[in-house]
Ligand binder design. Structure first.
Ligand SMILES: Nc1nc2c(ncn2[C@@H]2O[C@H](COP(=O)(O)OP(=O)(O)OP(=O)(O)O)[C@@H](O)[C@H]2O)c(=O)[nH]1
Ligand SMILES: [Mg+2]
Length: 276
């Protein structure tokens, strides 16, 4: 299974991002808590230069909490990092205080020169489907409650005020995943970061099934008692995906299996494991 991310798209995303970066004080890099490594692009740091960055591990509600703790500890060595859920709002309240802390030094330096401190300008970047829009909505939602929906200030770009001290650039920056390692592509696909139309869902399901058997066997117990030998065909049978002649519709079985995995119905799973 090969998943393509065309060089042309990548170059365009890079240019756009470089342009947007000029306007912001700090970048909020959104990753997936189930894929703290595979969902983030290591080249982002190069693009950012000295621009401060905060990492958010989103969809923490779907990730294995023990691994989330380990990843937070690891990532904190290089950047401020929080685990959040843009859907439930978990952890989102910590974002603004963290942004204030990150830019505090810069504001102090400006204040020493007599420059009045202005709002912090931030932008969200992340790969497709990582939850950028959900996070922005969640942040605006809480801003509405706190500030009575003050309009943002327009300066060529559209800014949304999410807090009395923070404005957000409303066009989220698109990052691209890094596919050098085929396993990274499979993990992103399993988590739902790649459109299903370009994937072989049966192949992907077989891979995920093997992976879950190895690391999270109990997630499969809803399909069978014999977790170690369960097949996609059995899953399909247990879900009534039958066609004429009693055969299993494997594509349908794969769609159901992936949907249940992605929604968290099988349990909380982290697909990137640190080498310990
Ligand atoms: N369980 C869970 N689902 C989430 C979370 N954040 C986002 N989602 C879901 O993930 C999907 C993608 O979310 P979006 O906010 O549209 O992601 P995006 O990054 O804006 O996507 P693009 O604009 O397509 O790049 C939606 O179905 C969201 O409901 C989260 O924290 N937890
Ligand atoms: Mg979006």
């Amino acid at each position: 299974m090969s998943i393509q991310w065309f060089p042309g798209h990548m170059a365009k995303a890079k240019r756009l991002l470089a342009d947007q970066l000029k306007w912001v004080d700090v970048v909020i890099e959104l990753g997936d808590a189930r894929l703290p490594e595979s969902s983030r692009n290591p080249l982002l740091q190069e693009l950012l230069g000295s621009k401060p960055k905060m990492v958010l591990l989103n969809k923490a509600d779907l990730a294995d909490p023990q691994w989330t703790e380990r990843w937070l500890k690891e990532l904190r060595k290089t950047n401020p990092v929080l685990a959040v859920s843009a859907v439930s709002g978990f952890g989102v309240g910590k974002i603004v205080p963290e942004l204030e802390r990150i830019v505090a030094g810069k504001n102090d330096r400006l204040a020493a020169k007599g420059v009045r401190s202005r709002s912090i300008r931030a932008m969200v970047v992340g790969i497709p489907n990582i939850g950028k829009s959900s996070l922005i909505n969640q942040l605006i939602g809480s801003a509405k409650a706190k500030t009575g929906n003050k309009p943002g200030v327009t300066r060529g770009n559209q800014w949304i005020r999410i807090h009395e001290k923070v404005e957000l650039l409303d066009t989220p920056g698109l990052l691209w995943p890094k596919f050098d390692d085929p396993e990274v592509g499979k993990k992103l696909a399993a988590a739902g970061a790649i459109r299903d139309e370009v994937l072989n869902l049966e192949e992907l399901s077989d891979w995920l099934l093997g992976w879950l058997k190895k690391y999270y066997p109990t997630t499969l117990s809803r399909y069978t008692k014999e977790v170690s030998t369960v097949t996609l065909e059995e899953i399909g049978r247990s879900r009534g995906c039958l066609v004429k002649g009693g055969h299993v519709d494997l594509l349908k079985a794969a769609q159901i299996f992936l949907r249940e995995f992605r929604s968290g119905a099988l349990g909380k799973v982290t697909l990137d494991h640190l080498l310990l």
